[in-house]
Design a protein around this ligand. Structure first.
Ligand SMILES: Nc1ncnc2c1ncn2[C@@H]1O[C@H](COP(=O)(O)OP(=O)(O)OP(=O)(O)O)[C@@H](O)[C@H]1O
Ligand SMILES: [Mg+2]
Length: 270
């Protein structure tokens, strides 16, 4: 929040609508906007969660001019690395135990309007801590105390974990990447079952390789799901610590991330 990127920014930049169970924050011109939390989650590992979370966060900040926080909840800290800022001390777990203020861990990313709450290895013990504390809404309450962000994007670790339960309670929408393969499809169904229909979800086909028949058939079977192509530009952008929309704005992958972000905005507004 002390980011130089925010110098001169006032309030939120969202549409004027009222949804009572969301957190209001100040907006310019006497309008109201609401903080919305979007989680990128699947019980399956390696399906493109972090890549999607980081690219959606970039779209929120750069394309929708939303004051955005990307919160990296995964001890692998891949989202933190992608945005060029890994946690430097064992503080990430401390936000949950209230040894440290979550706000104090937030830092700028160098991208205007986009802040990061980085992960570190201490999050390996997060599930254990959350179970021990027995505070079912700890993550929701921490998000509520973060300040006036328009959008909070959560990059979640894989697995049917206590963290996942907290994420399901905290999120307004859960985006679930699904690689077009039978195992990933099964994992998607398990993920939905685990979430129990309590939180709205947006399944997304990820890493789609249209040269493969199985991928084509899976995508054709779900024409309503957005699809992200398998593209080297996605990995190349990540290696440069940049979003695809920033490093390769005319690429189909950048267009796919933006399409998903715009769908999310429409869902939040409806
Ligand atoms: N659309 C894409 N095209 C090409 N490569 C991709 C794409 N999406 C993700 N990848 C690559 O696939 C690998 C896994 O992606 P990512 O780390 O985002 O998955 P994840 O679900 O977050 O993994 P984990 O469960 O370990 O956290 C990475 O090397 C990433 O660069
Ligand atoms: Mg990840």
């Amino acid at each position: 929040m002390d980011s130089p990127a925010f110098a001169g920014m006032t309030g939120c930049s969202g549409p004027a609508f009222f949804v009572p169970d969301r957190l209001p924050c100040a907006a310019p011109h006497g309008t109201f906007a609401f903080m919305a939390t979007i989680a990128v989650y699947s019980l399956k590992g390696g399906v493109g969660k972090t890549t999607l979370a980081a690219n959606l966060a970039w779209c929120a900040a750069a394309k929708s001019a939303r004051r955005t926080l990307l919160w990296d909840l995964d001890p692998q800290a891949a989202a933190s690395w992608m945005l060029g800022r890994e946690g430097k001390w064992e503080g990430a777990r401390g936000a949950f135990s209230r040894d440290v203020e979550a706000r104090e861990l937030i830092g700028p990313t160098g991208i205007e309007r986009l802040d990061l709450l980085p992960a570190d290895a201490s999050l390996r013990e997060l599930d254990h801590l959350l179970r021990e504390m027995d505070k079912k809404k700890r993550l929701s309450k921490l998000i509520a105390g973060l300040g006036d962000y328009d959008r909070v994007i959560l990059d979640c670790p894989p697995g049917l974990t206590e963290t996942a339960k907290q994420v399901a309670r905290a999120a307004d929408l859960i985006v679930i990447p699904v690689v077009p393969s039978p195992l990933a499809q099964r994992a998607y169904e398990e993920t939905e079952r685990h979430l129990g229909g309590r939180t709205p979800t947006l399944p997304v086909h990820a890493m789609v390789d249209r040269r493969r028949r199985m991928h084509r058939e899976a995508v054709e079977a779900r024409p309503d799901w957005p699809a992200i192509p398998m593209a080297s530009v996605v990995e190349a952008s990540a290696a440069m610590h940049r979003a695809a929309g920033d490093a390769a704005p005319r690429s189909p992958a950048a267009a796919a991330f933006l399409d998903i972000w715009q769908r999310i905005e429409r869902r939040l507004a409806s």
